[in-house]
Design a protein around this ligand. Structure first.
Ligand SMILES: NC(=O)c1ccc[n+]([C@@H]2O[C@H](COP(=O)([O-])OP(=O)(O)OC[C@H]3O[C@@H](n4cnc5c(N)ncnc54)[C@H](OP(=O)(O)O)[C@@H]3O)[C@@H](O)[C@H]2O)c1
Length: 270
C-alpha cells in the first residue's frame, strides 16, 4: 500500500479537526501540513492537540507553501479561500486537491473548473456515502417520474453554517434537473420560512432551517397530483464527511488532471 502524503487547508474548523483526527489514525496517510487562516488562534498550535489528541510534533501554520510538498490537499475552509487555493495549486501544477467547501459564487465556480485543467481536483459539497447514493436515487426518480411532478427540497443545518441553501441542497437540485433533462431555477425560501403551497409540476422549491447543532438533514419530496414520494438523509456525526474526504484523497492520489466528484470515487453511474 502506498502512503499518501497529505495536507489539510482549513484544519482548525469543525470539519477540518475531524479530518485531522481521522487522518492521524489512518495508516494510508502521512500528514505533512495543516494550514489555518493567518492570525487564527490555531496558528502555531500542535496539529495533534488542535484535533483534541496527543502532540503530533508539527504545528498548524498559515504558510501556503507548506501545502506544495505533499501528494494531496484536502480543503475545508471557505469558498473564497478554496477557490484561491485551487488557482495557487494549479499555477504550481500540484498537488492534487479535494475540496469540500460550499457557497461558491459563479466566479469561484469558474476558477475551480479552470484549475482542473492543471491538477486533479475533486469537489463535493457532501463527502458522505449516503448523500452520494441519494444523489443517484434522486436523479433516477426524477427521470422516471418526469417533470409532471413538483419537487420540495428541505435543508436543515446548525446555526453557525455560513451558506444557505446548503451545497447539498444545490447538488440535489442539480440531480433533479439532470433527471428531468432540463435546467430549472429553484425558488429558495428565506431561512426559517415554511413552504405554504406545494410546488407546481416542473417547479423546485427549497426551504431552509438553521438551528442548534444539526449536522445536516435533507429530504426531497416529489409531489404528484395525489401522491408524495420522499427520499431523505440525516448525518449523525461529522466523521461521515471526514472519512469520505479521506477516501476521496486516497482515490485521487493517482489520477490525472481533471474535475471529479464523489460519484467517481464510489464508481456510481453519472
Ligand atoms: N463536503 C462536505 O461533506 C462538507 C461537510 C460539512 C461542511 N462542509 C463545508 O466545509 C466548509 C467548512 O465547514 P466547517 O463546518 O468546518 O466550517 P468552520 O468551522 O467555519 O471551518 C472553516 C475553517 O476554515 C478556516 N479558514 C477560513 N479562511 C481560511 C484560509 N484562507 N486559510 C485557511 N483556513 C481558513 C476558518 O478559520 P477562521 O474561523 O479563523 O476564519 C475555519 O477554521 C464549509 O464550506 C461547509 O459548508 C462540507
Amino acid at each position: 500500500m502506498n502512503t499518501i502524503t497529505l495536507a489539510i487547508h482549513g484544519g482548525a474548523g469543525r470539519l477540518g479537526r475531524r479530518i485531522l483526527t481521522c487522518a492521524l489514525n489512518d495508516q494510508r496517510f502521512a500528514l505533512k501540513a495543516v494550514v489555518v487562516r493567518a492570525g487564527s488562534a490555531a496558528e502555531g498550535q500542535d496539529a495533534g492537540q488542535l484535533a483534541g489528541g496527543n502532540a503530533s510534533g508539527f504545528l498548524a501554520q498559515s504558510d501556503m507553501t507548506a501545502l506544495l510538498d505533499c501528494d494531496v490537499v484536502i480543503d475545508v475552509s471557505s469558498a473564497a479561500a478554496g477557490a484561491g487555493l485551487s488557482a495557487y495549486l494549479a499555477k504550481n501544477k500540484g498537488p492534487k486537491l479535494v475540496t469540500g467547501t460550499t457557497g461558491w459564487s459563479a466566479n469561484e465556480d469558474k476558477l475551480i473548473a479552470q484549475s482542473a485543467n492543471d491538477i486533479a481536483l475533486l469537489r463535493s459539497g457532501n463527502f458522505s456515502l449516503g448523500i452520494t447514493a441519494l444523489l443517484q436515487s434522486v436523479r433516477e426518480t426524477a427521470m422516471r417520474l418526469g417533470a409532471g411532478w413538483g419537487v420540495h427540497i428541505h435543508d436543515s443545518h446548525h446555526s453557525a453554517k455560513k451558506d444557505a441553501p446548503s451545497g447539498t441542497a444545490l447538488m440535489l437540485t442539480n440531480a433533479v434537473c439532470v433527471g428531468w433533462g432540463q435546467q430549472v431555477e429553484p425558488q429558495v425560501l428565506p431561512i426559517g420560512e415554511v413552504i405554504k403551497a406545494a410546488p407546481q409540476s416542473g417547479e423546485i422549491i427549497i426551504s431552509v432551517t438553521r438551528q442548534g447543532d444539526v449536522i445536516g438533514t435533507h429530504y426531497v419530496n416529489f409531489i404528484g397530483p395525489d401522491e408524495t414520494l420522499q427520499l431523505s438523509h440525516e448525518a449523525q456525526n461529522r466523521d461521515i464527511f471526514a472519512l469520505g474526504a479521506l477516501q476521496a484523497a486516497y482515490w485521487i492520489s493517482d489520477k490525472p488532471a481533471g474535475l471529479y466528484n464523489m460519484g467517481d470515487v464510489l464508481r456510481l453511474k453519472p
